[in-house]
Design a protein around this ligand. Structure first.
Ligand SMILES: NC(=O)c1ccc[n+]([C@@H]2O[C@H](COP(=O)([O-])OP(=O)(O)OC[C@H]3O[C@@H](n4cnc5c(N)ncnc54)[C@H](O)[C@@H]3O)[C@@H](O)[C@H]2O)c1
Length: 334
């Protein structure tokens, strides 16, 4: 399958390498509005380069389009690529807002093509293992979830696309928060109610937020709380799931987020210190390869895959409710 990667920044480079290394895909063309960025990737992998994404996605030889531009173009390029008959992987978030996500889901359905949202965190080994254990009933029904995710941002954010409402859609609640929304949804389903406080504490990116605090309540009474932050001076990822019979704690994502670990606590019926199992995943990050493999299998064998349009829409629905709640200063029905 021949691949076009649109956007040759941090993630586009990663997608290019992954597409090139997979036995069933071949990187045919990389596109960036900045010719030097596209040419550098093309020189590395021996493919074509271009600056016009419209011409690249129209090419009949292309089977797959991976969209890794700023958030402002994800929907426009994804919809055009789907309408041109291509399978599409877009980076998270699923567009700038719920309306864009719904349009993309509709376009994928109409074109009968695979659209995958880049929720690569699901493929991190500690999270994938936690999900398997949860599915196997290791901790019973979920009572509550507590999540924290963040990094320290950087001076000059206001001059980057992440600091521009038109190009980003939202601030940190959208940027890293969409991963948290997706993980919460993955484990606990769609909440019924959402509440959020947003802050613009340090970086001059108003009206965007550099911190988001959120609460979700689910139909069965479960509750999830989270904090996403661009003022988390020491990078942090922590995702804790508490069930009736025990808990799953995932910490770290590798590199600057620390070694990835999963701690499973098995509650003792008589009370006291639970039995603990500690799994350490001190490995290189293979989430991008596993995610691409899932995508390729979905195209080749029509297998179910993670990051399907309805999952992307659910995460955007959750963020939409949080933004509306922050504006209203009240809980919002999701
Ligand atoms: N899954 C993850 O953990 C993760 C991590 C970081 C970023 N992302 C997502 O990946 C996407 C890209 O983020 P990034 O950090 O790589 O950004 P980036 O700024 O490094 O790269 C974006 C690239 O898009 C190019 N671009 C802009 N307009 C274009 C156009 N009209 N045509 C072609 N190229 C154009 C820019 O020149 C730039 O090279 C975003 O949607 C972001 O949310 C996902």
């Amino acid at each position: 399958m021949k691949v076009a990667v649109i956007g040759c920044g941090l993630i586009g480079k990663r997608r290019s390498q992954t597409a090139m290394e997979h036995p069933l895909s071949e990187l045919a063309i990389v596109v960036d509005i900045n010719p030097a960025a596209a040419e550098a990737v093309a020189a590395q992998y021996g493919c074509e380069s271009a600056t016009d994404w419209k011409a690249a996605i129209a090419h009949p030889d292309i089977d797959i389009v991976a969209v890794a531009t700023h958030n402002g173009l994800l929907a426009e390029i994804a919809i055009a690529a789907l309408q041109a008959g291509k399978h599409v992987l877009i980076e998270k978030p699923m567009g700038r807002n719920l309306a864009e996500a719904l349009k993309m889901a509709e376009a994928a359905k109409a074109a009968n093509r695979i659209l995958k949202i880049g929720f690569n965190h699901r493929y991190h080994p500690a999270l994938a293992k936690a999900y398997d254990l949860f599915q196997a009933g290791a901790i019973g029904e979920i009572i509550n979830i507590r999540a924290r995710y963040g990094h320290g941002g950087r001076p000059g954010y206001e001059n980057e696309w992440r600091g521009n409402p038109e190009l980003a859609g939202g601030g940190e609640l959208t940027d890293q928060g969409v991963h948290i929304a997706d993980l919460i949804h993955w484990f606990a389903g769609l909440p019924t109610e959402a509440f959020a406080y947003l802050q613009t504490a340090i970086w001059p990116i108003q009206p965007l937020e550099d911190n988001g605090f959120g609460l979700f309540r689910f139909g069965d009474g479960a509750i999830a709380s989270f904090h996403t932050s661009w003022t988390q001076w020491k990078n942090l990822f922590s995702f804790e799931i508490y069930g009736q019979k025990g808990s799953l704690t995932i910490e770290g994502l590798g590199k600057s987020y620390g070694i990835e670990r999963l701690t499973i606590a098995y509650r003792k019926p008589e009370g006291g210190v639970p039995d603990l199992e500690d799994l350490v995943f001190d490995l290189p990050d293979t989430s991008w390869e596993l995610e691409w493999q899932d995508f390729i299998e979905a195209i080749a064998a029509k297998t179910p895959y993670w990051g399907a349009p309805e999952e992307g829409v659910s995460a955007m629905r959750m963020l939409d409710a949080l933004y509306r709640s922050a504006k209203a200063g009240a809980p919002i029905h999701v």
